[in-house]
Design a protein around this ligand. Structure first.
Ligand SMILES: C[S@@+](CC[C@H](N)C(=O)[O-])C[C@H]1O[C@@H](n2cnc3c(N)ncnc32)[C@H](O)[C@@H]1O
Length: 202
């Protein structure tokens, strides 16, 4: 039987196969945030092959993660990865488009943390759909907000699709930074991460 890869090897293997997994710096930041608030529940949008979910539950004591993945192949691979490492009691996977998932199915709601790491053009929709399932004092973490620095220089992007996507990310960033109900802290970690919290008086 093949040896089970450790999570570092799994990350390297995913990168070799061009499966987008969170950058090391980013995942360590996420874990630190979860530990700081003593999180016991997290909802992840975008499981890919389960790397970040497995990193979270192995580095945050008592954490349960519900994670949604739209792509069948990745979902199956994530299931297998999680089962092999005997982490199924800590991670629930959902094979569905997060925008149409029936939220009654979410096992560990309400959540201490909502982590959005799926289709960047849909960030605002994910946020609006799932923020009601975040605890009053919970946090929302959004990754990839700089889009390889392109967000700071949209006029020079030549590819039309990329330009549209970056504009959408910028629209989300502007929307959330100016939202009257939320406070946002931006961190230049990995590809740009925001930690969002409800305002105290809201
Ligand atoms: C950046 S990857 C996630 C990486 C993962 N969080 C990690 O670090 O190991 C984004 C994933 O979101 C999935 N995705 C995209 N749109 C989605 C949607 N509407 N609902 C659920 N998953 C989606 C993609 O198939 C992809 O696997």
């Amino acid at each position: 039987m093949a040896r089970i890869m450790n999570l570092e090897e799994l990350e390297q293997d995913a990168l070799k196969r061009h499966i987008p997994v969170m950058q090391k710096e980013g995942i360590l930041f996420l874990i630190a945030q979860l530990n700081e608030i003593h999180a016991t529940t997290c909802l992840e949008i975008g499981a890919a092959i389960g790397y970040s979910a497995m990193m979270m539950v192995t580095h945050v004591e008592g954490l349960k993660v519900d994670s949604i993945e739209i792509d069948n192949e990745r979902y199956q691979e994530a299931l297998e990865n999680i089962e092999k490492r005997e982490l199924s009691s800590q991670i629930n996977l959902y094979h569905e488009d997060a925008l149409i998932l029936d939220t009654d199915l979410l096992k560990n709601q309400p959540y201490d943390c909502l982590f959005i790491d799926a289709a960047k053009a849909q960030y605002q929709k994910f946020f609006e759909k799932y923020v009601p399932f975040v605890k009053e004092k919970g946090i929302i973490i959004v990754d990839n907000l700089d889009f390889h620095g392109m967000i700071f220089d949209i006029d020079h992007i030549k590819n039309r699709n990329t330009k549209q996507l970056v504009k959408k990310i910028k629209r989300f960033k502007d929307w959330i930074f100016n939202h009257e109900d939320f406070d946002v802290n931006y961190y230049a970690v990995g590809d740009g991460i925001c930690v969002i919290k409800r305002k105290e008086n809201k």
